[in-house]
Design a protein around this ligand. Structure first.
Ligand code: PMP
Length: 459
């Protein structure tokens, strides 16, 4: 079947999709009775599917990606102009957009100096893991090779990054995993693990306990999400980050912040870590870097780390022996430059904070109204509402009811998300991440849809 993408062929598009596309994160049995949803157009925060339905997208492309909204002609034009000039050259050489975006990005990241390009969040994180391992070989006589990660955090889908999955159901059935990846406890105060006053400090101290147990001489790096995304939208409590930074300094452990979700404005600052007065050694980013207009990810590091890879030019093993073929595509950095210009010129960081505060206050109202809403939390336009069967015991609401709330919103034309079958028994948090252009009316429509869905599903 050959398709020409005219409107009257959309039935055939759905057929082709059903026959040949293996969808991400999907149980395909459902498509035996339900048509796959095929989106055909987007503008701002609105989307249209092949059946003509309109949606308000409260999750920026499903997974916190389209930060500046759909249908940005200026990004498309910048990419087009660049592609006809030069679409690609392998990253051993430079390109104009690669150089200019790196310079612009570094302006927003005091203390960082170097950008390594690749294509996905997983890949950007793998680069860090490889750099840490190489530093261990070259600087520490093979020691300091372990990488610590946190319960509930997620860092990607490759075998290496799944080895740092704090979400057990994501990693199950894909092992065995490589050695040297060690989990530390999560820091979600709503689900307390310690009954103490300074919860943030206590949760960070738990990292030190793991370091001492493993042996500080074996630990090279700690990777953390600044605000945990798919693991339940978790903003670490007061005092956490200060203590984390102290611990990393004390044991000479490199701090890697995974900004794949938070990067480029999601929390109201360029980067999530910038809320917390910390200085990372590595920052990785992907989704919002070009808002999904092109594939690009970056591994950003400091001159100190960079220098470790150029100390002995005569030794062929001394440099970072890595390449990402499509890290040399120019579409990514050119789209990323325009994406950044839009965020700056349209004041989207400021809008993100204003609308985030408004959305959080509206979610608080829902908490007052529906006893199933146990906790609401987040930063900027990155928000979650944890649903519980019982507020006293905090027993999580059954996943199928959480999914029924999501489905009811969808029926009413609003796309929201939820922690997705990744945390044993804790897939009970509704997730919101509208584009940074969201208006008060958009937020009202989103929260009203959740309000109505909670009433419909749970009474
Ligand atoms: N890190 C975080 C925090 C993520 O949420 C994700 C994707 N959801 C990744 C890494 C992996 O990114 P990608 O899917 O682009 O490989």
């Amino acid at each position: 079947m050959t398709l020409n993408l005219q409107t009257n062929d959309l039935g055939k598009v759905i057929e082709a999709d059903r026959a040949h596309v293996w969808h991400h994160l999907s149980q395909h049995k459902v498509y035996e009775t339900v048509d796959p949803r095929v989106f055909i157009e987007g503008k701002g925060m609105r989307l249209w599917d092949a059946k003509g339905n309109e949606y308000l997208d409260a999750v920026s492309g499903g997974v916190w990606t389209v930060n500046v909204g759909y249908g940005r002609e200026s990004i498309a034009n910048a990419v087009r102009d660049q592609l006809v000039k030069l679409n690609y050259y392998a990253g051993a050489a430079g390109t104009v957009p690669g150089a200019l975006f790196a310079e612009k990005l570094i302006e927003k990241m005091p203390g960082m100096t170097r950008v390594y390009y690749s294509n996905s969040g997983s890949e950007a994180n793998e680069k860090v893991y490889k750099m840490v391992r190489q530093i261990a070989h070259r600087r520490h006589g093979g020691n300091k090779w372990k990488i610590l990660f946190r319960e509930r955090d997620y860092h990607g889908t490759t075998i290496g990054t799944l080895a740092t999955s704090g979400q057990p159901q994501r990693a199950a059935q894909y092992g065995p995993y490589p050695d040297g990846f060690v989990m530390v406890p999560h820091c979600l105060e709503y689900r307390k693990q310690w009954d103490v006053e300074n919860y943030g400090e206590r949760a960070a101290d738990a990292i030190e306990e793991v370091i001492l147990r493993e042996g500080p001489a074996t630990v090279g790096c700690l990777v953390l999400e600044p605000v945990t995304a798919g693991g339940g939208v978790i903003v670490p409590p007061e005092g956490y980050w200060k203590r984390v930074q102290e611990i990393c300094k004390k044991y000479d452990i490199l701090l890697h912040i995974d900004e794949v979700v938070c990067g480029l404005g999601r929390t109201g600052k360029w980067f999530g870590y910038q809320h917390f007065d910390i200085q990372p050694d590595f920052v990785t980013m992907a989704k919002g870097v070009a808002s999904g207009y092109a594939a690009i990810s970056c591994t950003v590091t400091t001159e100190r780390v960079f220098e470790m890879f150029k100390d002995d030019a005569s030794d062929p093993m001394s440099y970072f022996r890595d390449i990402s073929t499509f890290g040399g595509c120019t579409a990514g950095p050119v789209a990323a430059l325009e994406n950044m210009r839009i965020i700056e010129e349209e004041g989207l960081l400021e809008n993100c904070i204003r609308m985030g505060d408004y959305c959080l206050s509206r979610l608080e109202e829902l908490k007052g109204k529906h006893k199933v809403v146990g906790d609401v939390r987040g930063k900027g336009l990155f928000l979650g509402a944890e649903l519980v069967a019982d507020r006293e015991t905090k027993e999580p609401l059954e996943e199928k009811l959480v999914q029924a709330v999501v489905a009811d919103c969808l029926k009413n034309g609003v796309i929201i998300g939820a922690t997705n079958r990744s945390l044993n028994g804790l897939n009970n948090t509704l997730c919101l991440s509208p584009a940074l252009i969201a208006t008060k009316a958009d937020i009202d429509r989103i929260v009203d849809a959740i309000d109505s869905a909670l009433t419909t599903v749970l009474g």
